[in-house]
Design a protein around this ligand. Structure first.
Ligand SMILES: Nc1ncnc2c1ncn2[C@@H]1O[C@H](COP(=O)(O)OP(=O)(O)OP(=O)(O)O)[C@@H](O)[C@H]1O
Ligand SMILES: [Mg+2]
Length: 327
């Protein structure tokens, strides 16, 4: 089983939409997939589930079947994680539901990180909660876990990232995204280095993730571009992506003047799918499964087909990096 986080500290680049569509695409190609919503905004959960199911998941009191419910005993200091029920979306697609309450875990996670240096078992239980929650919840046969996180470099994301084997970086071709990479790259390396040291201090009987968080590449999300912006400005940021990715994320020299179009770290450039996205949200399904009954008529049908191809090629690229077979 491989766990892949989709991460960028720049908000609104399209991380959640990407995780949602990729999870469906992998499942459609026979990959037993679980998506886990570790962003306290819980947008991924809202994309997967209709309002009735959300109301059932998030009643006024306890939330046993969300990530928050699962870690609540740790938060209250009365025990270890419990196992949330995985929300079945299809036979081979499941969701571990998010929760706004998850934000209450931030302080506990901040406090646990330095305490791991003192070999404190309780601190390791807190730091590994997401990893253990994933391992406990997935059934045999789950090949892939996709993790959605919020747009920051906080303690929740650090814990989510140490539970990740690999990382995909969705980014927009603009100043903010490239600046974001400059913070994100060194932070990922620091988290990896410190966690590798800390794993030697962990209790031997606890399931502890390796914290590999290997960056496998980036996805350029072109929907973030404003139509009014001159093409030249957009092209300028596009052209800087390969070198910035190498320097900031991989800690390598910028390399020859590569373009995104021939950069092996470029996993895909995704277009703005315009009205398909709101249509998909209304229909509670991915854009590439929209039918005429959902409103995808006329030119939309061709757009749906090409959207399917875009996500299929991206999923195949990620599968190759992750060593996962797609049908
Ligand atoms: N390829 C696309 N085409 C059209 N619209 C898109 C595309 N990708 C994302 N969007 C839209 O952009 C907005 C932001 O997307 P999304 O919520 O996925 O971003 P995010 O990076 O997860 O945000 P946050 O940082 O808040 O978690 C949403 O309204 C979404 O519908
Ligand atoms: Mg999001």
């Amino acid at each position: 089983m491989k766990t892949i986080a989709f991460f960028n500290n720049k908000g609104g680049v399209g991380k959640t939409s990407l995780v949602y569509h990729l999870a469906w695409m992998f499942a459609d190609h026979g990959v037993n997939t679980i998506a886990i919503d570790l962003d306290p905004q819980a947008n991924l959960t809202a994309m997967f589930l209709d309002e009735e199911r959300l109301e059932e998941l998030w009643p006024d009191d306890e939330h046993p079947d969300t990530v928050y419910g699962a870690i609540r005993p740790i938060l209250r200091g009365i025990g270890d994680i419990t196992q949330p029920e995985v929300q079945r979306i299809t036979d081979n697609l499941g969701l571990i539901a998010g929760d706004l309450g998850l934000s209450r875990f931030e302080d506990k996670l901040s406090d646990a990180w330095p305490r791991c240096h003192n070999r404190e078992e309780s601190a390791f239980r807190v730091m590994t909660a997401f990893h253990r929650l994933i391992v406990d919840s997935v059934q045999d046969g789950t090949a892939l876990v996709l993790i959605d996180v919020g747009p920051n470099l906080g303690a929740i994301n650090r814990a989510a990232l140490i539970a990740s084997d690999q990382v995909v970086l969705p980014l927009a071709p603009d100043l903010f995204s490239l600046q974001g990479l400059k913070n994100l790259g060194p932070t990922l390396r620091e988290w990896r280095e410190i966690w590798t040291e800390l794993t030697h201090k962990a209790p031997p009987d606890l399931s502890v993730p390796k914290g590999t968080m290997l960056p496998i590449g980036y996805v350029v999300m072109q929907h973030g571009m404003r139509d009014s912006r001159p093409v030249k400005a957009y092209q300028r940021w596009m052209d800087r992506i390969p070198a910035t990715y190498r320097e900031a994320v991989l800690d390598e020299p910028p390399g020859a003047a590569l373009k995104v179009s021939n950069d092996p770290y470029s996993l895909a450039s995704l277009r703005h799918y315009r009205s398909l996205m709101p249509m998909a949200m209304d229909a509670n399904k991915p854009m590439f499964f929209l039918k005429s009954a959902d409103g995808a008529i006329g030119a939309h049908q061709e757009a749906v087909r090409s959207c399917y191809q875009d996500f299929k090629i991206l999923a195949q690229g990620i599968a190759r990096h992750a060593g996962i077979a797609m049908l």
